[in-house]
Design a binder for this molecule. Structure first.
Ligand SMILES: [Mg+2]
Length: 365
């Protein structure tokens, strides 16, 4: 009897560039870009994943050109072994691009799901089939614009929004005040606020104190992602829940953050923090610390898809972050519908959502 062996036969990374720039918090102004990774097996089934604007997309494409040999001829079901190899070549021993690890892990999960014809969440262990969502505003807004966008989000079915703070304390206060004056309680509108590490300690402490009266769901990235003592001190000094983690990577960084009591909510991202497998582990670690794990999600639809699959398996995740930006950035055939404040977890094989290749071709560099 001839046994057909499934192996990885093709690996390709490509650079996507959108005609957009953005700047929020401590970030420099950056071009909106993405890297798409495609891993194909010898049956012609393709797993895909995408990164979140790493500011190094060209380097990431070059990295995969050089290190695709770590994938070729391997059994795609060896997800953990292959992910560990990439981790060694990027983070643990040689310094490379950690986002490569996340891309490999997510694309392998997509591939394996498609091979066995199941969504990834059913392979990992399903906890929830739908999750509350919030409209994540991508840029700083004037107070009046915040109301306009909140009403627009409510019309689309959202019951929660996230605003960007960190331009000035006066403006932060004006934004939160007009929102709570218009929507008096979290039952009318849940509000999250993101500082994107835009302030030094004393200023962010003032913000956290003035934010208390507005009943925020959380205050996000009040300080830099590696300021462990600052974050721990801040969290123990204020009542508003503190969130963060989108710029942290791997199990040990999150263990350190959790051990030091930095956060009420950790926000790893399947496409940045080490992959779907890693976010599942971080979620469990957070649960043991009594902390919520609500992944960061921003960028193309493949980033939404990878995170939704793991969100479906996290008992301590109550929200999906839905970037409130133009549909063309998603690059997908369909947008995820929002109904009564919730989204359904996509249940198609793999990551559950399909790339629109015509859209990809428009923005391929
Ligand atoms: Mg954020």
């Amino acid at each position: 009897m001839v046994v057909f062996k499934i192996v990885i036969s093709e690996v390709k990374a490509e650079l996507i560039e959108f005609p957009l720039k953005n700047k929020i918090g401590s970030m420099p102004k950056f071009k909106v870009t993405a890297t798409i990774l495609r891993i194909k097996n010898n049956e012609g089934i393709e797993g895909v994943s995408a990164s979140h604007f790493p500011n190094a997309d060209e380097a990431l494409v070059a990295f995969f050109k050089r290190w695709k040999k770590l994938l070729l001829k391997r059994d795609p079901f060896e997800i953990e072994a292959i992910t560990a190899d990439f981790n060694n070549y990027t983070q643990r021993i040689l310094i490379g691009i950690p986002q490569a690890v996340s891309l490999v892990n997510c694309a392998l999960w997509d591939l394996v799901g498609k091979i066995v014809n199941k969504p990834v969440c059913k392979l990992l262990g399903l906890f929830q089939k739908k999750v509350k969502t919030y409209a994540s505003m991508p840029y700083w807004m004037k107070p009046e614009e915040t109301i306009k966008m909140s009403n627009s989000a409510k019309d689309r079915g959202f019951d929660a929004i996230k605003v960007r703070l960190g331009e000035s304390l006066q403006k932060d206060h004006a934004v939160l005040k007009i929102l709570r004056d218009t929507f008096p309680s979290p039952n009318d509108l849940e509000i999250m606020a993101d500082v994107n590490s835009g302030y030094p300690y004393q200023k962010t402490l003032k913000l956290a104190r003035l934010a208390t009266e507005f009943e925020l769901e959380w205050l996000e990235e009040p300080l830099f992602s590696d300021d462990i003592s600052g974050l721990a001190r801040l969290r123990s000094s204020v009542d508003v829940p503190i969130a963060g983690g989108e710029n942290n990577y791997g199990l040990f960084e999150f263990k350190n953050l959790l051990d030091h009591g930095c956060y009420d909510v950790v926000q790893p991202d399947a496409t940045r923090s080490g992959g779907i497998s890693m976010v599942k582990q971080i979620g469990t670690l957070a649960e043991a610390h009594g902390v919520r794990c609500i992944p960061h999600v921003f960028g193309t639809g493949l980033i939404q898809a990878a995170n939704l699959q793991v969100i479906a398996c996290l008992p301590n995740c109550q929200y999906f972050e839905y970037g409130y930006y133009p549909k063309f950035i998603l690059l997908m055939k369909d947008e995820i519908p929002v109904r009564d404040g919730y989204v359904d977890i996509p249940m198609n094989p793999g990551l559950g959502l399909e790339l629109d290749e015509t859209e990809v071709a428009k923005f391929r560099k």
